[in-house]
Each structure stands twice: as structure tokens, then as C-alpha cells.
Design a protein around this ligand. Structure first.
Ligand SMILES: [Zn+2]
Length: 75
């Protein structure tokens, strides 16, 4: 038998269903909108898709609804 594992890292996000309370302007495309809030975390992954070990805390991100640029919120 021959086993091999492909290890990588990947940033996973999930939506919280909330929006940033105030309007923001996207620094990339200039869209002004109430950006949806996302939570995200960096994981070490197996075969690129299976999250195994979290390597960062949960981060709050705002995602531009137009170009999908992500901005970290808070500290
Ligand atoms: Zn944008």
C-alpha cells in the first residue's frame, strides 16, 4: 500500500447573516454599500478541502458584495 497526504492551508469563511452596521467603501472597486459580515479561520487542510487543524483565531471580515474583496474588522 502506498499512502500520501497533501497538506496545505486554506482560509475558510462562513456567513453570519449580518451586515456591517455602517456603510463602507471598498478600496478595490469603490463600491459603497453595507457589506455582509463573514467569519473566517485559517486551517491546515488535507487534500486541499478537509480542514484539520485551525491555525488562527476566528476573524471578522467584511466582504465586498461586488468584487468579493475581504477586509478584516476590529483588532
Ligand atoms: Zn469591491
Amino acid at each position: 500500500m502506498f499512502f500520501f497526504f497533501i497538506i496545505g492551508t486554506r482560509f475558510f469563511t462562513w456567513g453570519s447573516g449580518e451586515n456591517v452596521p455602517q456603510q463602507m467603501q471598498c478600496g478595490r472597486c469603490g463600491t459603497v454599500a453595507s457589506f455582509p459580515l463573514k467569519k473566517g479561520m485559517n486551517f491546515i487542510t488535507l487534500f486541499f478541502i478537509i480542514p484539520v487543524i485551525p491555525i488562527s483565531g476566528v476573524k471578522q471580515l467584511a466582504e465586498c458584495p461586488n468584487c468579493k474583496a475581504r477586509y478584516q474588522i476590529g483588532s
